[in-house]
Design a protein around this ligand. Sequence first.
Ligand SMILES: NC(=O)C1=CN([C@@H]2O[C@H](COP(=O)(O)OP(=O)(O)OC[C@H]3O[C@@H](n4cnc5c(N)ncnc54)[C@H](OP(=O)(O)O)[C@@H]3O)[C@@H](O)[C@H]2O)C=CC1
Ligand SMILES: CC(=O)C(=O)O
Ligand SMILES: [Mg+2]
Length: 767
Amino acid sequence: MTKKQDKTERSEFDEAALFFHRYPSPGKLEIQATKPLGNQRDLALAYSPGVAVPCLAIHDDPASAADYTARANLVGVVSNGTAVLGLGNIGPLASKPVMEGKAVLFKKFAGIDVFDIEIDAPEIERMVETIAALEPTFGGINLEDIKAPECFEVEERLKKRMAIPVFHDDQHGTAIIVAAAVLNALELAEKDIAAVKIVTSGAGAAAIACLNLLVSLGAKPDNIWITDRHGVAYIGRVEEMDRWKEPYLKDTDARALADVIGGADVFLGLSAAGVLKPELLAEMAERPLILALANPVPEIMPQVAREARPDAMICTGRSDFPNQVNNVLCFPYIFRGALDVGATAINEDMKMAAVQAIAALAREEPSDVAARAYSGETPTFGPDFLIPSPFDPRLILRIAPAVAKAACETGVAARPIADLDAYIDRLNRFVFRSGLVMKPVFSAARRATAKRVIYADGEDERVLRAAQVVVEEGIAEPILIGRPHVIEVRLRRHGLRIRPGADFDLVNPEDDPRYRDYVEMLIGVAGRRGITQEAARTMVRTNTTVIAALALIRGEADAMICGLEGRFERHLRNVDLIVGHKPGVRDLSALSMLIMQRGVTFFTDTYVSVEPSAEEIAEMTVLAAAEIRRFGIEPKAALLSLSNFGSRDTASTLKMRKAASLIAALAPELEADGEMHGDSALSEMLRQRVYPHSRLKGEANLLVFPDLDAANIALTTIKQLTDALHVGPILLGAARPAHILTPSVTSRGVVNMTALSVVEASQTADG
Ligand SMILES: NC(=O)C1=CN([C@@H]2O[C@H](COP(=O)(O)OP(=O)(O)OC[C@H]3O[C@@H](n4cnc5c(N)ncnc54)[C@H](OP(=O)(O)O)[C@@H]3O)[C@@H](O)[C@H]2O)C=CC1
Ligand SMILES: CC(=O)C(=O)O
Ligand SMILES: [Mg+2]
């Protein structure tokens, strides 16, 4: 795909990808300082003269660079742009978005810092010299998207020269995942790896490395056939031959993929889009494994393969189909393990440990945490679950320690780990800070059964855009309240494809056949609370939140979303009046989630109770804790105050102290304590200093505030200061899923809240 992309050919998704990369700041990365430079002394320590001291310490003992610099957690993702995804040789500059992407994945999944380095070095010599010279900077080198055969020699030579891990991701990261998928698929098909026939499309970096690893697991080169753009690699062929293909060459007259695919148990596609024609699948052995791994478009689309061979097990490199065989399942964690022991290399034993850990994880019974993180989804080992999902929080917990252990056992660990359990504990803490919280919610929403979400602000552009996304992603079935002609004009103006009837339902507030029923219903629920016939008619005609709430309690919708315009408390009054509370709940409250670089933190009550009592605070804390568990996160609540464990007595500090003791009685299993300062809540060390016996351990993830002023100010200030993403407000305690958003919400925020409310509705429906 080296041709110029015509702007008119871009799909809406393509445009969204460009927008995503461009705004709010170009690219996907920035550098952040880990030390404050707050005063003259900090400056003197960080820079001249203080910086000279660690310089000399490192000069005396190079290993101490791991103590005084970021090197031990810093990986160079290096590419020359010669084999970028399946896009081919598009050059180093154009490869930069991929390398920035790898950097983000390293950080997100494993907490590893990355410099992406795109080098103008198509030749082996130049590549080797440039990369070898980077050794002082990095704890490891991840080579990326460098074409074969150059990549083999570059890696070989760098491994010899450098005393840090050098790992060509497209070769070994891919091979590790492929090997895990093959082992598991063969187990299901009850086939012996020594007897299976493997046919590739592609004989480049990824394909050859996969085959080499499969051979070391027992596959026989005699049973392996490789093909590329020039067809079958046979003895005597002259085009595009190199020594790495040699073990797989055949003495044969077969020339094309079609000539060798017959009887194949495994098709391994690491080449380009659409290479595998569906008619060829008929010739494969029974229960074949089809690995169509070219990115972004596979050798065959899974639905096409499935149609041709219903008994096939199918994997792609993409996240939108089951069985994503992608090196993202490996590289963050293999480097995590290697860096944590100061490994000087990533050797065969470490790779094999990763293969076994990944294969075993897919076969493992889902743990409590994983089951919760998947909101009830219990992915079980089978044809559609040959390997774990990239968002499985257990990946880091299994792969990194296995790799670290193998490094220690094979003598390549400069800093061996003495206490493996303590190490796993540390990784566990990372998992819960990593901020991947919304992913399982989206997966659960896709599978949910109660999907009808009614939007009071159906004419709002943000809702229309969100509706398009939730329909496309299969998250919800939207019902928009709005005037049909207005919605139609706005959909066209914003270039959105969803249409009433086909993609969403409409409720026209000016003319809906259910108008009378709605009025009757409103009088039924609110007639005794001062709502007259006339008032009810006006409310149903003019207030779309009222319509949404009525539709919700009539069972015409499973969840409602309102609040994009107007005052929060007006919407709240109507939701409170019409939807009411869950049994036993006294007051509604609001929970807000901030997704920040440092992790996820919840805040309550951010929108509802102006001056809650101790009893109300205890109730909202328990409700919030239950909501947090839905995300697969174990809540740890801190009741915040200007007083730190009794340091000061005021009406509000006494209230928080009382709330803490009420919670201890109400929910003894909940890790909660107070009253305490905000910094004590977030730092175990500070807390220990004032009160070592707190029931709260580690870092609080639920901050409970004494009043609405404090909660709302903290939320909005921290959100702005940290560039956080706000998910919420999540209304707690309503009898049915009803959420009142705020005028500052973005369309992405509407999508997030839609997914949450669908999961909530489905869990309510399931009891
Ligand atoms: N899912 C995953 O995790 C990963 C997927 N990949 C994908 O694998 C593919 C190859 O990557 P990589 O090995 O790094 O690149 P290389 O450039 O090293 O190898 C590409 C190979 O594919 C062959 N090929 C290209 N086009 C065709 C075609 N139309 N028909 C048959 N063979 C073809 C090339 O043949 P020739 O030499 O004759 O040109 C070459 O053998 C890419 O699509 C990449 O996205 C790679 C790594 C990981
Ligand atoms: C996933 C990957 O590394 C590739 O497609 O190149
Ligand atoms: Mg790659």
